[in-house]
Design a protein around this ligand. Structure first.
Ligand code: ZN
Length: 201
């Protein structure tokens, strides 16, 4: 891998995309959290000498079409097969406390992204699997979920999208907000990216 593109989901102006306000007054905003996670991943990758690019350094939401354009330009410069896009998100269920756990998404069909998603899956299982459900979809033999999200579907390079626990599940959300939880989410991304970059692909 020559380049890792890190995408942080949503923006400060995206409506919804937040946790409820819990009894103790705490809450989480997806755009803010995903930016903090992506920044921490980027600084660790720097230490490992793995080149990376933060796709949306702005706080406001950048439309998906523009995100895809930016990503495809970077992929063209570095080689499409040598670029991996990782989009970091938090999940939300329709109502509070009805779902919990970790997921990874790739575009439909069998691609190289499925292989990379499996690396993420294994690290997430190691770091979160004893506390939270691993929400895999093994119908096609891979643990990733096939989804038609624009950021993974329309990007030319391999791309995965992580849904890091449910922000509207109290247990998930409290863990995400804890130093231990934040570290687990950052670590699973770094370990996975490092394994992908240092393997002979
Ligand atoms: Zn999201």
């Amino acid at each position: 891998m020559r380049m890792i593109i890190l995408d942080n989901g949503h923006g400060s102006d995206t409506p919804g995309k937040r946790s409820p306000i819990w009894e103790d007054g705490t809450y989480l905003l997806e755009w803010k959290y995903s930016r903090a996670i992506v920044k921490a991943i980027a600084s660790e990758l720097k230490k490992l000498a793995i080149p990376c690019h933060i796709l949306v350094p702005e706080d406001n939401d950048i439309p998906l079409r523009m995100r895809v354009q930016r990503a495809n330009r970077i992929a063209a410069q570095n080689g499409i097969s040598q670029t991996l896009l990782v989009s970091v998100h938090l999940n939300a269920a329709q109502s509070i406390n009805t779902a919990s756990g970790w997921e990874i998404h790739t575009s439909p069909g069998e691609t190289k992204s499925d292989e990379y998603a499996r690396v993420f899956w294994n690290n997430a299982k190691d770091l979160l699997g004893d506390k939270f459900p691993m929400r895999g979809d093994f119908e096609d033999g891979n643990p990733d979920r096939d989804s038609s999200f624009a950021i993974i579907r329309d990007t030319a390079c391999p791309a995965v999208l992580t849904e890091n626990l449910f922000m509207n599940n109290e247990k998930d959300c409290k863990f995400l907000m804890s130093p231990e939880g934040e570290k687990a989410i950052i670590d699973l991304h770094i370990k996975s990216i490092a394994q992908i970059c240092f393997s002979t692909v």
